[in-house]
Design a protein around this ligand. Structure first.
Ligand code: CP
Ligand code: NVA
Length: 301
């Protein structure tokens, strides 16, 4: 793996990365494998978890992280992405970027001589998917079972489809028509699933979808960049709220997941996200451990 732009970049290393993430979580690493290394973190959109977990993780590995908002960088004034990639590569050992357009991250990686990590784009959120699989393994001990993603077939959903397909987890997307996951990603995930045996499907009937679910996952209805469609989206997604009634239709002991930030009263009720089936804070914590595994794998000498 040279960069982590998509879950597919880690295809052959997912299991290894998850083992490493668990190892870091157990506090097994006292040495500082990334001593004197620097990670540039470029943010074109807001972040709490991604920013803090990368910065803290880099510090715990002995390195240093730089927070760079695109408003403050020359990118914000029109400096081309390739020039930014070339200049940063002369100073730092890795670049993490959260960007509006996935193509921009691809362009950055093509012109950088250091590893580039996708910290969320409109297309994918691979670091989230790794942390989520770590959380599922911890809570369920297995990737056997069915994950149902309820809501917008967005960046988080796309990365979950790819990682589920790699690990052999069955995944159903329950969404309103017009909000399906990216077609190319779904196709790619189906190809990967042929090997792992995972069953992937898109279902518009939410009640049917959550039957036999072991994991119910949702995300905001209005992602960063979709703000103009807010009113329409809230209307379209209302029947797809994950509430107590919906959770009751899934398997007993099913867990509830959300990448966060959440809006209580929209995609989830407070009763569900703050209830006993919710594992959302473990997911948030695991961002730190999973990303340490990614940074270690990409940036160590
Ligand atoms: N889940 C996630 O990426 O959170 P932030 O937007 O806070 O980084
Ligand atoms: N789908 C959400 C995820 C936030 C972590 C967004 O892109 O805004």
């Amino acid at each position: 793996m040279k960069h982590l732009l998509s879950v597919c970049d880690a295809q052959d290393q997912v299991v290894q990365l998850l083992d490493l993430a668990m190892w870091f979580k157990k506090g097994k690493s006292d040495d500082k494998p990334l001593k004197n290394k620097t990670l540039a973190m470029i943010f074109q959109k807001s972040s709490t978890r991604t920013r803090v977990s990368f910065e803290v993780g880099m510090g715990q590995l002995g390195g240093h992280a730089l927070y760079l908002s695109t408003n403050d960088l020359q990118i914000g004034r029109g400096e081309p992405i390739p020039d930014t990639a070339r200049a940063l590569s002369r100073y730092v050992d890795g670049i993490m970027i959260r960007a509006l357009k996935h193509e921009d991250v691809v362009e950055l990686s093509e012109n950088a001589s250091v590893p580039v990590i996708n910290g969320l784009t409109d297309l994918e959120h691979p670091c989230q998917a790794l942390a989520d699989m770590q959380t599922i393994k911890e809570h369920r001990g297995t990737f056997e079972g069915k994950l149902v993603f309820v809501g917008d077939g967005n960046n988080v959903c796309n990365s979950l489809l790819l990682i589920s397909a790699i690990l052999g987890l069955n995944m159903t997307v329950a969404c309103p028509e017009g909000y399906e996951p990216n077609a190319e990603i779904f196709k790619k995930a189906q190809e990967l699933a042929k090997e792992s045996g995972s069953v992937l499907e898109i279902i518009y009937d939410i009640k049917k979808a959550v039957k036999n679910a072991d994991i119910i996952y949702t995300d905001v209805w209005v992602s960063m960049g979709d703000e103009e469609e807010q009113e329409k989206r809230i209307n379209d997604f209302m029947p797809f709220q994950v509430n107590e009634e919906l959770m009751a239709l899934s398997n007993e002991g099913a867990i509830f997941m959300h990448c966060l930030p959440a809006i209580r009263g929209q995609e989830t009720t407070a009763g569900v996200i703050d209830g006993p089936q919710s594992v959302v804070w473990d997911q948030a914590e695991n961002r730190l451990h999973a990303q340490k595994a990614v940074m270690y794998s990409l940036m160590k000498d």
